[in-house]
Design a protein around this ligand. Structure first.
Ligand SMILES: Nc1ncnc2c1ncn2[C@@H]1O[C@H](COP(=O)(O)OP(=O)(O)OP(=O)(O)O)[C@@H](O)[C@H]1O
Length: 302
């Protein structure tokens, strides 16, 4: 099987850039074709050019994986990942163990393939997460924050800007054809994996091989309410909040009363009024762990 290794030197806050020569060499020694991306969009283009049946290995973070996914989804190519980004939620969804990069590369090139569910939003594929509303707006503001702000200060700056002008849109949400919610919405996360934003456990119950997307909707929240739920969210203790609802299904149709920001796998999609979200069960071939344990579930009642 042909393998294409796509290395994003900008990922991992420059770490991949420092390692890129060694990674390209190691990939070629293992018989793969290896490429360094030249800018945003290049990983997607390379993944599209990879031949049918190829294993496409993204070296970088969730942005690189998301781009590579767009060239792999809907084909019989397979997606591997060497997670050296700052977030790595796709790798977390696959339960990839932490390995030094040479081992992670060998794993991505040679470990067996398995299938996981694949999400689509308005026709575009996503791997682990889709976020509509508040979190995407914070990401948008962080994107245009002054360049001297980095990491947590950049996030807090963006959060403060969004909270200052907090004005919730109204949403109508249908899951599998049934209307489940109508009202103000702070955010709706539609998740294939349990985490986004670099490990935030927004949907601890999500499992990429269960044939369902998991929606977590935060409804009416004040500024103070948002500040109160954030620490609970970081600990995965937000699901019991009275304004947090959870849904599972294969098709989410979401309509807002004004354009709302969205991100897929942490990549901004642009604001829109309507989002059609579909799941293709086991629609993506990936390199995961040999054993991907499912979430612990209570035994069914007998
Ligand atoms: N050669 C390049 N120069 C600059 N940017 C690039 C280049 N190649 C790709 N990119 C862009 O780099 C961005 C960041 O990559 P990525 O998200 O993989 O890394 P990260 O931000 O460290 O990880 P994470 O998303 O997991 O936090 C992507 O949006 C991608 O489009």
């Amino acid at each position: 099987m042909e393998a294409w290794v796509i290395v994003n030197p900008a990922a991992g806050r420059g770490r991949v850039g420092r390692l890129s020569g060694a990674i390209l060499r190691a990939a070629r020694e293992k018989g793969a074709r290896a490429f360094l991306t030249e800018g945003p969009g290049h990983a997607a283009e390379l993944a599209r050019q990879a031949p049918n049946g190829a294993r496409v290995v993204a070296v970088g973070g969730d942005g690189t994986v998301h781009e590579a996914l767009s060239g792999v989804a809907g084909t019989d190519k397979a997606l591997g990942v060497v997670p050296i980004g700052s977030g790595n939620d796709f790798a977390r969804m696959l339960r990839l163990r932490r390995r030094p990069w040479p081992e992670a590369l060998a794993h991505a090139l040679f470990a067996p393939l398995r299938a996981v569910d694949l999400g689509y939003v308005n026709g575009l594929p996503f791997g682990a997460s889709l976020g509509l509303g508040f979190d995407a707006l914070v990401a948008r503001k962080a994107f245009s924050a002054p360049p001297f702000l980095r990491g947590m200060p950049r996030y807090l700056y963006a959060l403060a800007l969004v909270l200052k002008d907090l004005n919730l849109p109204s949403a109508r949400v249908q899951v599998d054809g049934e209307e489940v919610y109508q009202g103000p919405a702070l955010l709706l996360a539609v998740m294939n994996g349990p985490t986004y934003g670099g490990g935030i456990p927004i949907a601890p119950m999500a499992d990429p091989a269960d044939g369902a997307l998991h929606g977590v909707l935060a409804g009416r929240f004040s500024r103070l309410g948002v500040l109160g739920i954030l620490p609970r969210l970081l600990l995965g203790r937000h699901l019991g909040h009275k304004e947090v609802r959870v849904y599972a299904g294969g098709h989410f149709a979401v309509e807002f009363d004004r354009p709302v920001e969205a991100h897929a796998d942490g990549e901004l999609l642009g604001a829109a009024l309507r989002f059609q979200v579909e799941l293709k069960p086991l629609g993506l071939l990936v390199v995961g762990e040999e054993e991907m344990p499912r979430q612990a579930r209570p035994a069914p009642a007998v």
